[in-house]
Ligand binder design. Structure first.
Ligand code: 5RP
Length: 218
């Protein structure tokens, strides 16, 4: 099985977490795109979705799912999203698709974060995948200098503007031993909107796809 087939396998499994009449939180990325495809046959049973990106919104609308503004919703039962890396403690790096800020906001409102990932995403230590940081454009160089002080090598993701009109710095060469501390430290830099560490609010459930099937953790 190739990686895309594993993504599809885990996405299908996540449909079991969708209850009738639910308003769902929906993440962003290629694994989530498979999840949205898998929702199509049951779209009529779902009340609606809060989406974490323009891309997911477009796909959800295309299968007939109503989109809710997060301000209209007090609590989401389930948020389904992928990850770029995840540890056994359910801390993640996210933001490979540049949707990290909206993803973090929607995840904050969800009772259960169900992370859907293939086995290549499971790591012992976060940081091999460059950590995305969303930055207000005028602060880009200042934030990059501050990130160097923290031991990283920030690289401007050229040509990418987030759904919020900001830019992304991908921070290479970090070995993240204390994800909660680094998440707070980077978020404290003026000009940072948020960073792709999801440690304070990690996943509650991990569905991990491998050749041998999908395993559930948490
Ligand atoms: C987007 C994300 C994605 O969840 C993450 O990049 C994983 O993507 P994919 O499912 O395509 O491997 O955080 O901002």
């Amino acid at each position: 099985m190739n990686q895309d087939e594993l993504k599809k396998q885990v996405a299908l499994k996540a449909v079991e977490y969708v209850e009738d009449d639910a308003i769902l939180g929906v993440g962003t990325g290629s694994t989530v795109n498979h999840f949205i495809d898998a929702l199509a046959p049951i779209a009529h049973k779902i009340k609606g979705a809060v989406s974490s990106s323009e891309e997911s919104t477009k796909r959800l609308k295309a299968i007939g799912i109503d989109i809710y503004d997060l301000n209209e919703v007090d609590l989401l039962d389930v948020y389904v999203d992928g990850a770029d890396e995840i540890t056994e403690h359910m801390a993640m790096i996210k933001g490979g698709g540049a949707a990290l800020t909206r993803e973090k906001i929607v995840a904050a409102v969800a009772k259960q974060f169900v992370c859907i990932a293939d086995q290549t995403k499971r790591v012992d230590v976060l940081g091999k995948f460059p950590l995305p940081v969303e930055v207000i454009p005028m602060a880009r160089s200042y934030v990059a200098r501050e990130l160097v002080k923290l031991g990283g090598d920030p690289v401007y993701r050229e040509g990418v503007v987030t759904d919020n009109g900001n830019v992304i710095l991908d921070v290479h060469n970090l070995t993240i031993l204390d994800p909660k501390q680094l998440e707070s430290q980077i978020n404290a830099i003026v000009g940072v909107v948020t960073n792709g560490l999801f440690a304070h609010r990690g996943a509650d459930t991990l569905l991990l796809a491998s050749e041998n099937g999908t395993q559930k953790f948490g």
